[in-house]
Ligand binder design. Structure first.
Ligand code: ZN
Ligand code: ZN
Ligand code: FE
Length: 764
């Protein structure tokens, strides 16, 4: 035996809640090493090894090559210790509260793994049919943790002391539940139970499968999951869906659905190999799938859209819902009262959802943190985040450069998230929603504080939007004041562009940023922008934009696209009166309102202007009769994209540029003039093609003049498949590199990240 070494390792990354200590135990004993492993209060892991140099070398090799699938090692700090060896064997020690190192994090929630799924179905297994079966490789993490380190007593599993059987597995190094904090069984774990809408218990031997039957029969249920409640219903029956739309005030907004299996999903939707990969990944996001020709679900699931949001079961409970029914899918939409965060507590659910549902399927484990499902779609072989939440948060986005300071970005107003940027890691919170009231503001605050706790850091700089009246701006001011830290305000589209550049580690780029609304540096409403930004500068240059268009009646015009269309068409010299009167029934106050609009038009009253790409698409949607009212965020543009899917660029309009402005008036006039002659699909596609070509060719021109090699596309409109495709073609044809988001949402869920990046990297 050679010289005995003593080495202490501090490992950071995602190393708690992923079966890391059991893994360390196994490889240490395999190589005959003594010492210990323990979790730390900063989400890192500490290891002490005693043994020969060769054994330690072998250990280090296994550490990097054989680590558990969900573990992520960011850094290993190794210190050689002096002194005599003290250990005769290797052991897992009680966690320490020590917390000095930042940057480690606990993992996101993880869908049930195949081994647990097999046990769920194995009649001989003690956890046969146990709806919350989990192991070291699967189960909830982010949503159950209250404080670090990740030990059972620091999670909401604390209330479920292990039974003898579970304890034995927990203590057995050879067992795959060795030190699994969520381990539980029918005997000792959380229980599921059914109640009426008033909370009166319903006796059922098998409450989960009973719930599945109730759904299949046409009842509406609230079902408690990992990160909150879902509202569930049949996807085949009109009655519950119509009732749900009535009580939830969701006339048209698509419902996400959970499909029994991949095969079931293929019975009503087209599934590409990339989509299949996303659907069955451990994160199990909702994926927007094109409805197939054999689509047989109710039209009330996703009305007037070509696609439908589908996810696969991610807990044992979800799988069991489908066991005794023939349904291929159930509606599974987040349960949240209007403009409120997703409901997570049982009493909160009874209070707020009782009038919406017929029954509740509860379980008695508390949810520590709310977390909505993630939503994605694909563009060819690329993944596009529409919402990055469950299954992804709080895992960091790794950057190639290190931030100058620790920063928090509080995002914008709609579809918000928060982001803590620490060195080369950006920790983005779960989906918060629209921060317009006390409840969502509180949720944003809690989520931010939770990120601070989990990352063991506190931002030195607070970043928010430029808008003076956003709730997030007020909150940022309060936070900065309380900490005595600087506050930086970043323009909305600049944040989008910065996010894109950071994802691709670029020093500079020309970015096309298209969306609905952002407060401009001139106080105007922006939303179809070409910006030049550099990593070093807190400022940017606005190189070009879409033509400013009138919003007749201001904000109300973004609810009723007819108003936008009329404003633009009148500008184009179209005699709008007959068309407006013909469609006046689509306005809340009919002809009276139409006359008022004509009056406003004549006098130029109450008109603000916007360069928004979304509003132009809205106008096209109204002209084509595709959508006259935005009853949910993005409705007219989503429906226009659906209308365009089978279309071609038959109009083939050449982009008209006036200096740094892309003309949109002529395009709308052409659409209007051809609406009786050409198909809606072809016109809808032509409008997309015109906008994308117009703004992309102007961006290309600017990039070539500046000598910039990359042109990016960000903002909510970048999620649109047609816009993204045509923009890419235009940019790549010019020999420039085209950038899109893959790690963060192109929409406003990525704004906090962009803000943090500007705050963290620029000089000011
Ligand atoms: Zn498992
Ligand atoms: Zn047990
Ligand atoms: Fe935006």
């Amino acid at each position: 035996m050679g010289l005995i070494l003593r080495v202490k390792l501090n490992i950071t990354g995602i190393v708690q809640g992923v079966g890391f200590r059991p893994f360390i135990y196994r490889i240490a004993t395999k190589h005959g090493l003594a010492g210990y492993v323990r979790n730390r209060g900063d989400a890192g892991v500490e290891i002490l090894l005693e043994g020969s140099a060769q054994s330690i070398k072998n250990f280090m090799l296994d550490l990097t090559e054989k680590k558990p699938p969900l573990a992520q090692i960011d850094a290993v700090k190794s210190t050689e210790l002096s002194g005599k060896n003290q250990y005769d064997k290797f052991a897992i020690y009680k966690s320490s509260e020590e917390a000095e190192l930042s940057g480690s994090i606990i993992p996101p929630d993880i869908a049930i793994c195949n081994e647990c799924l097999a046990e769920l179905r194995d009649t001989k297994n003690l956890r046969y049919e146990y709806f919350f079966i989990t192991c070291t490789n699967c189960g909830p993490r982010f949503t159950i943790i209250e404080r670090l380190p990740y030990d059972r007593e620091n999670t909401t599993m604390r209330e479920f002391p292990l039974c003898g059987f579970c304890q034995k597995e927990y203590n057995d190094p050879a067992n795959r539940r060795f030190h699994a904090q969520t381990v539980a069984c029918p005997e000792c774990g959380p229980k599921a139970y059914l109640t009426t809408r008033n909370g009166e218990p319903i006796q059922a031997k098998d409450p989960v499968r009973e719930a599945g039957k109730l759904l299949s029969e046409g009842n509406v249920l609230a079902i408690k999951g990992y990160g909150g409640f879902h509202i569930a219903a049949s996807t085949l029956k009109e009655k519950p869906l119509a009732a749900l739309r009535r009580t939830k005030h969701r006339r048209e907004k698509p419902f996400a659905i959970m499909s029994k299996s991949l095969d079931s999903a293929k019975s009503f939707a087209e599934v590409s190999s990339k989509e299949q990969e996303l659907l069955s990944s451990p994160a199990r996001p909702i994926v927007l799938l094109n409805k197939s020709e054999s689509y047989n679900l109710s039209p009330l699931v996703a009305p007037n859209l070509h696609n439908v949001g589908v996810m696969l079961p991610y807990t044992g409970l979800h799988y069991m819902l489908f066991d005794q029914v023939d349904d291929s899918a159930f509606v599974m939409t987040s349960a949240n009262p209007p403009n409120q965060p997703i409901v997570k507590d049982n009493d909160e659910a009874l209070k707020t959802l009782g009038s919406t549902v017929d029954y509740f399927l509860f379980h008695n484990r508390k949810i520590a943190h709310r977390c909505d499902d993630s939503v994605m779609r694909t563009h060819g072989n690329r993944q596009v985040f529409l919402r990055r939440s469950r299954g992804y948060a709080p895992a960091p986005i790794r950057l190639k450069a290190k931030s100058k300071r620790c920063v928090v970005g509080l995002g914008g107003e709609l579809n918000n998230t928060a982001c803590v940027l620490l060195e080369d890691k950006a920790f983005i919170s779960q989906h918060i929603g629209d921060v317009e009231n006390v409840e969502t503001r509180t949720f944003l605050q809690e989520a931010t504080n939770h990120l601070y706790h989990l990352t063991n850091c506190h931002a030195e700089t607070v970043v928010c939007d430029l808008h003076p009246k956003f709730t997030t701006t007020a909150l940022a001011k309060e936070m900065a004041e309380a900490d005595g830290s600087p506050l930086i305000q970043v323009q909305h589209h600049h944040a989008h562009a910065a996010a894109l550049m950071a994802e691709h580690n670029l020093e500079e780029a020309v970015s096309i940023v298209c969306d609905g609304y952002g407060y401009g540096t001139d106080g105007e409403a922006w939303g179809g922008e070409i910006l030049f930004c550099t990593r070093e500068s807190a400022k940017f240059k606005r190189l070009g934009h879409l033509e400013p268009q009138p919003l007749l009646g201001g904000d109300v015009a973004s609810r009723f696209p007819l108003r936008v269309a009329v404003g633009i068409l009148a500008k184009a010299g179209v005699e709008v009166e007959p068309w407006l009167m013909q469609n006046s029934a689509h306005l809340p106050f009919g002809e009276t309102e139409a006359n008022l609009i004509l009056n406003q038009l004549e006098k130029g009253l109450g008109t603000v202007e916007t360069t928004s790409c979304g509003r132009v698409l809205d106008a096209v949607a109204a002209v084509l009769g595709v959508c006259f009212e935005r009853s949910y965020e993005g409705e007219p543009t989503m429906k226009l994209e659906s209308a365009a899917v089978t279309g071609k660029n038959v109009l083939n309009l050449k982009p008209i540029l006036h200096g740094d402005t892309v003309d949109t008036t002529c395009m709308l006039r052409s659409i209007f003039e051809n609406k009786e002659k050409l198909s809606t699909a072809n016109l809808a596609y032509s409008a997309h093609a015109y906008l994308a070509k117009g703004i992309a060719s102007l961006a290309v021109e600017k990039a070539l003049t500046l000598g910039v090699k990359a042109v990016g596309f960000s903002g909510g409109a970048a999620c649109n498949q047609i816009l993204a495709k045509v923009t890419r073609e235009t940019v790549e044809l010019a020999g420039l590199r085209f950038l899109v988001h893959e790690a963060v949402p192109a929409g406003d869920g990525g704004v906090s990240f962009g803000q943090a990046v500007v705050g963290g990297f620029s000089r000011f």
